[in-house]
Design a protein around this ligand. Sequence first.
Ligand SMILES: [Zn+2]
Length: 179
Amino acid sequence: MRAMTYEIRAIAPDVLDQLRKTDDAGRRPRRIVEREGGNPLRCCLRRSRPGEAILLAAYAPLRRWALETGADPGAYEEVGPVFVHEEPCGGPAQGYPAAMGGPRRVFRTYRADGSILNGYLVDAHQSADPLAASILLDRLLEDPEAAMVHVRAVEFGCFLFEIRRVVLENPTTDGVPVR
Ligand SMILES: [Zn+2]
C-alpha cells in the first residue's frame, strides 16, 4: 500500500554549511547583527530576534533540487536572497512554520523536472494558519504532476521554504498522514 503525504523542508544543514562560506551566487554572504529582528530565517523557519547574528546569502532552490534528484530545471532556475543563522541552529521545530506566513504569499507548485506547474496567491490565514495551510497543500499535491511547493513572499519574490511530496510505502492504517 502506498499513500502520499508531504514534508516541510528548511534549507538542509549540509547546504547551509556551504552557503555560510560561499553562496549560490559565488559570493561570501553578508553578515548582519539584527537590531530589530523579524527577518524570516530559512534555516529554522522562524523570525530573527534582536542581537542575533545572521547572514544574507543567495540561494538557488531549484539548482539544489536538481543536484539531489537529477532534474533539469533549465530556465526555471532562480537565485534569490535568504537570511540564515551565522552558526548552525538545530533547524526548524516540528509542524507547519506559521511564522513564515503573511498577508501575501504565493504557493508555487513545481513538476519533478523543476518546471513551474502553477502559482496560487495565498493570504495570511492560508499561509500562517497550520490547518488552513495543510488543507491547501493537500489540494495542491493531489495533482499528480505536483512534486513540490515553494512558499514565496510576493513583494520580494524570495523563497521561504519548500514542501515536498513524499510517497509512503507503508502508511499508518488509521489514515492520518505522517508529517
Ligand atoms: Zn536558524
